[in-house]
Design a protein around this ligand. Structure first.
Ligand SMILES: [Mg+2]
Length: 200
């Protein structure tokens, strides 16, 4: 895909096949965004399928570094909970923090993948340092005001793209209660998060 479009576009991280889309695609290291990629902006939680996916990916040997523009203590607490390295206050899409994240986990460009929910910060950041990028739909619609403004701009570039993976009615759009449960269960049913022994 082009400079302003992701290499792949998924409905959520658990729709990314760990073996096929990451390991077999030549990636061993992943720079992972936090807010609305693995952690909901509104309720501040890691959805079950996302947590299981993360555990299964780590068990499969994928090495992660969290890279977030967020600078609050909460992201550090999360990193500690997940036992993952983190670079916060990253100012993505600028390269320094992404490069710092790569250094932290001994990553090489060719085998490193960026995964995040924003085109302007995550995908563009990956482009600037010459690595591949998978975009995911935001976990929930709720986000910071300036992020929501950027999302409107992003639609110019990705509005025509259909995300791959489990079709969750309204993925990224205020899924609540039963709908949210159903979506997470469907992700599990497809085998995306069958590793019940995940780290979370
Ligand atoms: Mg994000």
């Amino acid at each position: 895909m082009g400079f302003y479009t992701p290499d792949r576009y998924f409905s959520r991280v658990s729709a990314i096949d760990i073996q096929k889309d990451i390991l077999d695609a030549g990636f061993s290291h992943v720079l992972l965004d936090i807010d609305n990629t693995i952690f909901t902006r509104d309720t501040h939680e890691i959805p079950r399928d996302v947590g299981l996916w993360l555990g299964a990916a780590r068990d499969a040997g994928v090495v992660f570094c969290l890279v977030s523009n967020n600078w609050h203590q909460g992201v550090h607490d999360l990193a500690k909970r997940l036992d993952l390295p983190i670079v916060s206050h990253a100012v993505k899409p600028l390269p320094p923090a992404l490069l710092r994240g790569m250094r932290k986990i001994g990553a090489k460009r060719a085998s490193t993948l960026m995964i995040g929910d924003q085109l302007i910060t995550d995908v563009l950041g990956a482009r600037f340092i010459g690595i591949k990028a998978y975009l995911v739909c935001p976990l929930v619609k709720h986000d910071l005001k300036h992020t929501l403004l950027l999302r409107n701009l992003e639609q110019v570039f990705i509005g025509h793209l259909q995300p791959e993976g489990v079709s969750c009615e309204g993925a990224g759009f205020e899924m609540r209660g039963k709908d949210k449960m159903r979506c997470e269960e469907r992700a599990c049913e497809t085998g995306r998060c069958e590793a019940e022994g995940g780290r979370l």
